[in-house]
Design a protein around this ligand. Structure first.
Ligand SMILES: Nc1ncnc2c1ncn2[C@@H]1O[C@H](COP(=O)(O)OP(=O)(O)OP(=O)(O)O)[C@@H](O)[C@H]1O
Length: 271
């Protein structure tokens, strides 16, 4: 009889050494908006504790795919998602899934900073409060401070926590929104062109922050900036008219892509 040793079982079950664990996975993902099909059978793995950049010409389906990962497409009338999306191997479209809890585990930062018209403190405290994550004012103070520190904005706002979040600069507002996403202890953070409304200095700060955040979180970012994808991501996925063209390590995608469409896009020949 062929006896499997403990070591060989371990080898079969665990991923190859140095290979990151796969945090999320899209399997033959399709999306329709009414009659119009926007995604065609997208297979994409999102490795844990890495930044995955989604690139491709306007309208190719990057944001649509991003929104499949935390079911934000559910909020769009007439939008239907097919195929499978998993988070830690759990089907996120399973009817048993609590969507509010899913969106706390898979948080989102949008293109335009969108703080609530409330104090800086309340912007952060709101999520932990509705999810019942803290038991006392002292605990909440700690969550607020930690989240703002992790989003690299604590020093700029610590003396004005009761002032409105909307009074901050655009770059500060975006870091506030990142702090708000962090406050509910997400595992994955989705970012849809998070720097497109920011100036180069604020952009550099947010990019630096993304790099620090990946130690604790898995990040998926949609970006139109090839320089940004190259600077912040470890993996890049190239989309074109609803199809995933190719994906791989960012340095390979930018120096030696397999597909001519990727080559043309990253060198600015189309898009
Ligand atoms: N709410 C919607 N209703 C109908 N069609 C939509 C909707 N959102 C997106 N689409 C269509 O789906 C396709 C993919 O759009 P999506 O926004 O995902 O592309 P994108 O690659 O993120 O584009 P961009 O880079 O311009 O933001 C496009 O043809 C778009 O017109």
């Amino acid at each position: 009889m062929n006896m499997l040793t403990e070591a060989s079982i371990e080898q079969k079950l665990s991923p190859m050494k140095n290979e990151p664990r796969i945090k999320m996975r899209g399997d033959k993902v399709t999306v329709h908006y009414g009659e119009k099909q926007a995604l065609f059978g997208v297979d994409l793995q999102i490795p844990e504790h890495q930044v995955t950049a989604l690139i491709g010409p306007s309208g190719c389906g990057k944001s649509t795919f991003l929104r499949c990962l935390n079911r934000m497409n559910d909020t769009i009338d007439g939008c239907r998602v097919g195929g499978k999306v998993t988070l830690d191997q759990e089907d996120v479209y399973d009817p048993k899934i609590d969507v509010v809890e899913l969106r706390a585990r898979v948080g989102m930062v949008f293109q335009k900073p969108n703080p609530f018209p409330k104090s800086i403190y309340e912007n952060i405290a709101y999520g932990p409060r509705i999810h019942g994550l803290t038991k006392s004012k002292a605990e909440m103070d700690e969550v607020v401070e930690k989240s703002l520190r992790k989003a690299a904005i604590w020093d700029e706002v610590k003396d004005r926590l009761s002032e409105s979040g909307t009074g901050l600069s655009g770059g500060q507002q975006q870091r506030l929104c990142i702090a708000r996403a962090i406050a509910v202890s997400p595992e994955v953070i989705l970012m849809d062109e998070p720097c497109s409304a920011l100036d180069p200095i604020a952009t550099a700060k947010v990019e630096e922050l993304i790099d620090e955040l990946r130690q604790n979180y898995t990040i998926v970012i949609v970006t139109h900036s090839m320089q940004q994808a190259a600077r912040v991501s470890q993996r890049t996925a190239m989309f074109h008219i609803g199809y995933l063209v190719e994906e791989g390590p960012t340095d390979k995608m930018f120096t030696n892509p397999d597909d001519k469409r990727t080559q043309d896009y990253i060198t600015g020949r189309f898009g």
